[in-house]
Design a protein around this ligand. Structure first.
Ligand code: GDP
Ligand code: PGA
Ligand code: MN
Ligand code: MN
Length: 627
């Protein structure tokens, strides 16, 4: 049973509504809202303006409904437990409904748009009965962008509206840009849980039938049945990656699953770096890293998504389309990620599927070395470290983590204490290096530099990682996750590789960022991590920057350029030289075992894999003595 907690008094004073509300005038938007209202039959329609008063009313409603618990220990912050079945992205229910199947490619689920629309229209019919339909105008990236990237999400979930307000730029300013003629993406969401007259609601309405559907040619998103962030906050994965990757292909830019960070060297040189790691493989942590090496400083610009366009100088400039952090909670603590901890201490956050302390704060595994003596777990059950209640009886929660492994904090990025001042610069920041990385126990060394652009594209295209709790399904299974975009490519994977490879043919290709491949997760024989990770990853970043500046030597291996002996700064590092060596090692036998998997992968994608990547694979085989 769900523990009911005593109400916490709300410290926020009443906030006035804006004086003159902005009204939608865009005919297409008005028609669409009318059409969806007729289809879904909500009790009420509310246009979201983004004001503080509106947020207050929404969160009050969520507390009232039992969806949110107001935290006593953090200002304007809430604990939220989802339905236990709705905790992660559902990749097997995610579709790219391009007109032609070949455009979705081998890595995406596909259905003909008309067929999918028929199925989902039936699902949406009456799906908002007893609920409120919210119209959420939003902008991905700065409002001041040359072409603001607008969208409108229609949703029947107050949780989604509250979370969208943290994660994106929401409200009147976006609506004004739409009124002024800006193009916008249609994003429709319903939790799929209509209420009969008088029927009581549940804290987390959702539906066992789920569809997360992108119609790339129409720049349209339809999502049904889930309230989970990655499935329901449609500005994030659905728009900024799946739809935006198609726009980017058409317009010659890149929409990628990448953090953006700024590195300042002891000499005060500034470099911007992006890094693509699969979900729950270290982006948020690297984006906010506290360097352990003296004199180096990191500032944050983004922790999940980068949109990169070419500047007139031929360099790639990255913008973070988001406005908030949707971070994995477990493992986030004062030793691993103090900057994330400071960001959430500032309040204004929603915590989903974490544990609740008895004094009205949140907790999760890895926040503190020892858990509190008593908690409410993410399923709303009593939880203790011993698994026993006060009478010594075994609890139902015994032996289970108090927070779900994919529990999340949702926090304004402006609360990150090391946010770079230029984080919302409309043209973005020029990128010096791209890191690809995954979670691999074996084979992949701590760091390797690509010999050139094409080799770097090969590294990205063959990126592999163990699956995590960020998506439903088995955890710990090695799969290919190209550029960490497997769940997010809005079109054929081979065409996506070609889009990347073609950048290497630009006349100013020497201006492209340099590419590196990292792995913080290699294991020793005893199962422990060989590399301490977190702040110590600054040592790898230093080698990367020193390579760009021509200050560090590399040694050529069959798989790429690795730090020459003594070139990785391990001064003061609390790790044996043998472990560092093992983290950096290239084991030819492991690589020989990897090659058939890469062959299989390219076969699976099919004949759209560009010739240049087949040539890279042949080169790798011959360097390993296999051809
Ligand atoms: P994201 O989903 O890619 O943003 O990944 P996060 O930064 O949220 O990290 C996901 C999980 O990996 C968390 O539990 C982190 O504590 C853990 N993690 C992040 N960086 C490292 C690292 O360098 N080493 C190790 N061992 N774990 C890490
Ligand atoms: P993550 O973002 O990459 O920080 O885990 C959410 C997701 O990819 O589902
Ligand atoms: Mn992500
Ligand atoms: Mn993250």
């Amino acid at each position: 049973a769900r523990t009911r907690l005593a109400a916490v008094p709300d410290p926020t004073a009443t906030v006035p509504e804006p004086a003159s509300p902005i009204v939608a005038t865009d005919a297409a938007l008005l028609d669409w809202v009318t059409e969806i209202t007729a289809l879904t039959e909500p009790d009420a329609v509310v246009w979201v303006n983004g004001s503080d008063a509106e947020y207050k009313a929404l969160t009050d409603k969520l507390v009232e409904a039992g969806t949110f618990v107001r935290l006593a220990k953090k200002p304007n912050s809430f604990y939220c437990a989802s339905d236990p079945s709705d905790v992660a992205r559902v990749e097997d229910r995610t579709y790219i409904c391009s007109v032609e199947q070949k455009d979705a490619g081998a890595t995406n689920n596909w259905m003909a748009p008309s067929e999918m629309k028929a199925i989902m229209t039936d699902l949406y019919r009456g799906s908002m009965r007893g609920r409120t339909l919210y119209v959420v105008p939003f902008c991905m990236g700065p409002y001041e962008a040359e072409i603001p990237m607008l969208g409108v999400e229609i949703t029947d979930s107050e949780y989604v509206v509250a979370s969208m307000r943290i994660m994106t730029r929401v409200g009147d300013r976006a609506l004004e840009l739409i009124n002024a003629g800006g193009t916008w993406v249609r994003a429709l969401h319903s939790v799929g849980a209509p209420l009969a007259p008088g029927e009581a609601d549940v804290p987390w309405p959702c539906n066992d039938t789920k569809y997360i559907t992108q119609f790339p040619e129409e720049r349209t998103i339809w999502s049904f049945g889930s309230g989970y962030g990655g499935n329901a906050l449609l500005g994030k994965k659905c728009y900024s990656l799946r739809i935006a990757s198609v726009i980017a292909r058409d317009e010659g830019w890149l929409a990628e699953h990448m953090l953006i960070l700024k590195l300042i060297s002891p000499e005060k040189d500034v470099h911007y770096v992006v890094a693509a790691f699969p979900s729950a493989c270290g982006k948020t942590n690297l984006a906010m890293l506290e360097p352990t090496i003296p004199g180096w400083e990191v500032q944050t610009l983004g922790d999940d998504i980068a949109w990169m366009r070419f500047g007139t100088d031929g360099r790639l400039y990255a913008v973070n389309p988001e406005y908030g952090l949707f971070g994995v909670a477990p493992g986030t603590g004062w030793t691993t990620n103090p900057n994330a901890m400071k960001a959430i201490e500032a309040g204004n956050s929603v915590f989903t599927n974490v544990a609740l302390t008895d004094d009205g704060d949140v907790w999760w595994e890895g926040m503190t070395p020892e858990p509190p003596a008593h908690l409410t777990d993410w399923k709303g059950r009593e939880w203790t470290p011993s698994g026993l209640d006060a009478d010594g009886n075994k609890l139902e929660s015994a032996g289970q983590p108090a927070a779900h492994p994919n529990s999340r904090f949702c926090t304004p990025i402006t609360q990150c204490p090391i946010l770079a001042p230029e984080y919302d610069e409309p043209v973005g920041v020029p990128i010096s290096a791209i890191l690809f990385g995954g979670r691999r126990k074996t084979t992949i060394p701590l760091v390797a530099q690509a010999r050139d652009w094409n080799h770097g594209v090969f590294m990205g295209a063959t990126l592999s990682s163990e699956t995590t709790a960020a998506a439903t399904g088995a955890v710990g299974v090695v799969r290919r996750d190209p550029m960490a975009m497997l769940p997010f490519m809005g079109y054929d994977a081979g065409d996506y590789f070609k889009h990347w490879a073609d950048l290497g043919d630009r006349p100013d290709a020497d201006q492209l960022p340099k590419i590196f491949y990292v792995n913080w997760f290699r294991r020793a024989a005893d199962g422990g991590f060989l590399w301490p990770g977190f702040g110590e990853n600054s040592r790898v970043l230093k080698w990367v920057i020193d390579r760009l500046e021509g200050r560090a030597d590399a040694q050529s291996t069959p798989i790429g350029l690795v730090p020459a002996p003594g070139e990785l700064d391990i001064d003061g590092l609390d790790v044996t030289p043998e472990d560092v060596e093992a983290a950096l090692a290239i084991d030819v036998d492991e690589w020989k075992a990897e090659l058939p998997l890469i062959d299989e992968w390219f076969d699976f994608i099919g004949d759209t894999v560009p010739e240049s990547l087949h040539a890279e694979l042949a080169g790798l085989k011959s360097r390993l003595g296999l051809a």
